[in-house]
Design a protein around this ligand. Structure first.
Ligand code: CP
Length: 304
């Protein structure tokens, strides 16, 4: 494949290949500390129109670990402010002989549009509420490392499913690898529609909790809500925050995950975020390996 735009369109074999390559990079480079100069001469551009800490940093590092050059594009200080369109901007950058465009944008479909109109590999680094494929892959890789084969595992995505690209990528990826997926949260944020795709829908965390092998706790995305959020943050924390009391009713080996950024005291308490079941920082480290794998698999066919 030329682009990585979503997990919905990937086969289970393609997802497994990405995970296996990421695992191999991780093991051969001591958690991606060392360089593997496999993309020397390639250039990757980070085209981010939304804020990011984890994704942007790890795409930059991943490219550098593979020996590629990296350009950090800043939308706010670019000629977009003078009226240049997004596509003209992207094509202008492409003229400088780039190989990979890593794009984050608030509008769903922008990476797809760039992929259709440009002659470079495009990686979706999050397009609005649509998908965040490398986040889905790093979450799945983390579960695989800690719990082995995904088949038969019960994974609950808890929180703001309605606005979460991470939830969508996880749902497609996890189901393709045989996991049972539960989406859980208030009815305003979790639609029954997901049942049509084989996902279990719940509005009651306390009921599903004893069955879960993994909880992936999502942030409420206030920036994507255009009406007053319901429930309120206080109500949400009461009903859905993973705290020590709920931990006592969970499986003894439950895995606690969060894609980040986390809001301590809302979807997760500090004791649980920093507790022995939490693999939140392992997820971040796996992001480096997954992004190296994606860049290498997309770029290898066009080695310079
Ligand atoms: N999980 C995630 O995408 O984090 P950032 O917004 O910090 O990149």
């Amino acid at each position: 494949k030329r682009h990585l735009l979503d997990l919905e369109s990937l086969t289970s074999d393609e997802i497994t290949l990405l995970l296996d390559v990421a695992q191999a990079f991780k093991e051969s480079t001591q958690d991606c500390r060392h360089k593997l100069p496999l993309l020397t001469g390639h250039t990757s551009v980070n085209l981010f129109f939304e804020d990011s800490t984890r994704t942007r940093t790890s795409f930059s590092l991943a490219a550098r670990r593979l020996g590629a050059d990296v350009i950090e594009f800043s939308a706010s200080s670019s000629s977009l402010s003078k009226g240049e369109t997004l596509l003209d901007t992207a094509k202008t950058i492409q003229s400088m002989c780039i190989d990979t465009l890593v794009c984050r944008h608030r509008a769903p479909g922008i990476p797809q549009m760039l992929a259709e109109n440009m002659d470079v590999s495009v990686i979706n680094a999050g397009d609005g509420p649509h998908e965040h494929p490398t986040q889905g892959l790093l979450d799945i890789l983390t579960i695989r490392q800690h719990r082995g084969d995904l088949s038969g595992k019960t994974v609950a995505m808890v929180g703001d499913i309605a606005h979460s690209r991470t939830a969508r990528s996880n749902i497609w990826g996890l189901q393709k690898l045989g996991a049972h997926v539960i989406v859980c949260g208030p009815s305003t944020l979790v639609s029954r529609r997901w049942e049509e795709f084989g996902v279990e829908v719940s509005h009651d965390l306390d009921t599903i909790l004893p069955r879960c092998d993994v909880l992936n706790l999502l942030r409420i995305q206030f920036e994507r809500q255009y009406t007053r959020p319901f429930p309120s943050v206080r109500e949400y924390a009461l009903l859905y925050a993973m705290d020590q009391k709920r931990m006592q009713r969970a499986k003894p080996d439950i895995l606690i995950m969060a894609p980040g950024p986390i809001n301590r005291g809302v979807e997760i308490t500090p004791e649980v975020a920093d507790g022995e079941h939490s693999v939140i920082l392992h997820q971040v480290n796996n992001g480096l390996a997954v992004r190296m794998a994606a860049m290498w698999l997309l770029g290898a066919g066009r080695a310079r």
